[in-house]
Design a binder for this molecule. Structure first.
Ligand code: HEC
Length: 142
């Protein structure tokens, strides 16, 4: 009996974590803020021509976060504090397409930054910024 209870608790714990929409909202917003932090850092570097040697680090950090971004919108996570629109879950195909664009743009930016070639970096950061806006316009509240 005791063993059965231990097994039950072990099974329930991860399910409980998945069902906690508030935690999922918090985590999603933290991931987005980190993505935003890297984006602002890169903008500052490129606009002011400072700390150029850090550009690739931010681009790689953002690209790494882009890999987990598709996993931070689970069902049941549109809680009170969430600024996600219902369309995230009502239009999964459109949302996935916007996400794919972003993931590809983030990878391109990381490669461009690694090359230090400004003729690649300019268009890459513009495409990346466009992919944020492309999703926010349709899936995020103001
Ligand atoms: C595929 C959709 C999608 C893409 C791509 C995307 N975002 Fe978001 N972002 C969202 C949604 C939806 C929210 C609202 C999250 C919530 O509150 O539930 C959000 C929230 C944010 C926030 C606010 C976080 C907070 O709570 O303070 C920032 C900052 C942000 N995104 C930055 C970015 C940047 C910068 C990019 C591009 C480099 C980006 N996002 C790409 C969908 C996206």
């Amino acid at each position: 009996m005791k063993e059965r209870i231990v097994l039950l608790v072990a099974l329930l714990a991860p399910m409980g974590a998945l069902a906690d929409g508030k935690v999922e909202t918090e985590y999603r917003q933290a991931v987005m803020k980190s993505i935003g932090g890297h984006m602002v850092s890169m903008g500052t570097i490129l606009k002011n021509r400072v700390h150029f040697e850090d550009l690739a680090l931010h681009a790689r950090g953002l690209a790494a976060l882009a890999e987990v971004a598709p996993n931070v919108f689970p069902e049941g996570s549109n809680t009170e504090k969430s600024k996600s629109l219902e369309s995230v879950w009502k239009d999964p195909e459109g949302f996935a397409a916007a996400m794919d664009k972003f993931v590809v743009a983030a990878r391109d930016m990381a490669e461009a930054a690694d090359s230090s070639d400004m003729t690649r970096i300019g268009p890459a950061i513009q495409a990346l910024g466009g992919s944020c806006k492309g999703c926010h316009d349709d899936y995020k509240a103001e």
